[in-house]
Design a protein around this ligand. Structure first.
Ligand SMILES: [Mg+2]
Length: 170
């Protein structure tokens, strides 16, 4: 298996079939922050994000923000959305994924991650064997460090049959 290939590819967090994830035993959905739920140069989430998070909770799953960004930036968004969060997650490294899975008493198969980057979100999720969902970045603006990865990812994604990534079932 290619560690950079997501299980699922959707245009945005609004297109993900959360009910189908729930039916496939997903209990916790980890969300990347920058360019997945808000643009990297915006400080808080929109009402549309709030609505989608509320609908995920209603289905019976727990959304958690899982971001490499520092605490201050994430806490503001997490407070608004009323969700738990992990900051400085060090994706694609595994240790904070594992810590979270242990903390919430989950099995790997009960967790999904949604993010816009192959080199952090998808590689990190595949490393620990959770469901991985790639979405398109919601803005063209990237932080300084992300710019390098983004160039590589554009090349990588052109080599993946990305439209074929539709594996909601385990
Ligand atoms: Mg991101």
């Amino acid at each position: 298996m290619n560690i950079f290939v997501p299980d699922i590819y959707e245009d945005s967090i609004y297109k993900v079939d959360y009910s189908r994830l729930y039916k496939n035993n997903i209990k916790v959905v980890l969300f990347d922050l920058d360019n997945t739920i808000i643009p990297a140069n915006v400080k808080n989430a929109s009402i549309d994000v709030k609505k989608i998070f509320d609908s995920i909770k209603k289905i019976g799953m727990k959304p958690i923000i899982f971001s490499n960004s520092p605490k201050g930036r994430i806490k503001k968004v997490a407070d608004y959305l009323d969700v738990d969060f992990v900051y400085l997650a060090c994706k694609p490294l595994s240790f904070k994924f594992k810590k979270l899975i242990k903390k919430y008493n989950l099995k790997n198969k009960e967790v999904a991650i949604i993010g816009d980057q192959l080199l952090t979100d998808i590689k990190g999720g595949n490393n620990v064997g959770i469901k991985t969902i790639l979405v398109k970045p919601i803005s063209d603006y990237d932080s300084y460090f992300t710019r390098f990865n983004r160039k590589k990812e554009k090349k990588m994604i052109s080599k993946i049959d990305i439209k074929g990534c539709n594996n909601y079932e385990m």
